[in-house]
Design a protein around this ligand. Structure first.
Ligand code: IPE
Ligand code: IPE
Ligand code: MG
Length: 238
C-alpha cells in the first residue's frame, strides 16, 4: 500500500465525526440508529469533498478507546464499517476516489479485514480524492509504534514511519483543517502529530446532521484564517 499520493494536491481535511449517539437518544432511538444515520452523512460528505476539490479527507470512525464501549455497540459499528466498504468501494472507484483505512488491523477480524483489502484494491487507481477512514486508530499508539522502529530519524522520516505503522499511504500532507462535530472541543487521540498546525473548527451539529452546507461553513471559516506556521505574516510585517 506504500505508493506515493503526491497526486493529491488539494487540502487535507480531517473530521472527528462525533454525536451519533446523542442524535439518536434525543429522538428516543437506540444509539445504533445514530450510527446508521452517521454512515449516510459519511456518504454525503465524501461526495461534497470530492466536488470541492479537497485532496485528502481523513474521517475518525473508531478510536482505540472506543473498544471500551458495550460489545453490542462495537459490533454494530464493525458491521457498519464492513457494509460501508463493500457498498461504497465500487461507487468510489467510479468517481476517482481512493479509499485507505488507517489504524490497527489486528483486532478487526477477518471479514472486516477482507472488506478493507478489497476496497483498497478496487479504488487504488483513484486520483481525485483520497478518503482515509480511521478505524481502531490511536494517534498516541501510532507515535509509540513509530518510535519503536528504532534508528535515527528527522521529522520527515518520523512522519513517514507514522503513516506506515497505521497502514497509511505515503506522501500524505499534514492536516490543514480539522473539524469536530457534536459540540465537544477535544482531539480524543486523533492525528496528534499530523495536526501540529491544523486549523481547528468545532461544530455543534451532530454528525448525522452534517452535510454540504455545514462543510461549506467550515471551509469558509478556514478560508478567512491566516496561517503563519510560527512566522510573521509578511503582508503585515513592519
Ligand atoms: C461518534 O458518535 C461515532 C463514534 C465514536 C463511533 P458517538 O457514538 O461518540 O456519539 P455521542 O458522542 O455519544 O453522541
Ligand atoms: C472520538 O469520539 C472518536 C470518534 C469520533 C471515532 P468519542 O465520542 O469516542 O470521544 P470522547 O469519548 O467524547 O472523547
Ligand atoms: Mg462521542
Amino acid at each position: 500500500v506504500n505508493q506515493s499520493t503526491s497526486q493529491f494536491t488539494g487540502q487535507h481535511l480531517a473530521i472527528i465525526m462525533d454525536g451519533n449517539g446523542r442524535w439518536a437518544t434525543r429522538r428516543g432511538w437506540p444509539r445504533s440508529a445514530g450510527h446508521r444515520a452517521g454512515a449516510e452523512a459519511v456518504r454525503r460528505v465524501i461526495s461534497a469533498a470530492a466536488d470541492r476539490g479537497i485532496g485528502v479527507l481523513t474521517l475518525f470512525a473508531f478510536s482505540g478507546d472506543n473498544w471500551q464501549r458495550p460489545a453490542r455497540e462495537v459490533e454494530t459499528l464493525m458491521n457498519l464499517f464492513r457494509r460501508f466498504l463493500r457498498r461504497e468501494a465500487a461507487q468510489c472507484a467510479r468517481h476517482g476516489i481512493r479509499l485507505n483505512v488507517i489504524g490497527r488491523r489486528d483486532r478487526l477480524g477477518l471479514p472486516l479485514n477482507s472488506a478493507i483489502d478489497a476496497a483498497e484494491r478496487q479504488t487504488r487507481s483513484g486520483t481525485r480524492l483520497l478518503v482515509r477512514v480511521a478505524v481502531d486508530y490511536s494517534a498516541r499508539d501510532s507515535i509509540v509504534a513509530a518510535a519503536r522502529e528504532g534508528g535515527p530519524v528527522d521529522r520527515e522520516d518520523f512522519a513517514r514511519r507514522l503513516g506506515a505503522v497505521s497502514h497509511g499511504l505515503a506522501g500524505v500532507p499534514d492536516v490543514d483543517l480539522l473539524i469536530r462535530t457534536g459540540g465537544e472541543r477535544r482531539l480524543s487521540d486523533f492525528l496528534l502529530w499530523e495536526s501540529a498546525y491544523a486549523e481547528l473548527y468545532f461544530s455543534g451539529v451532530m454528525w448525522p446532521d452534517f452535510g454540504a452546507a455545514e462543510l461549506d461553513l467550515a471551509l469558509q471559516d478556514f478560508a478567512a484564517r491566516e496561517r503563519r506556521f510560527g512566522r510573521v505574516d509578511m503582508g503585515r510585517a513592519g
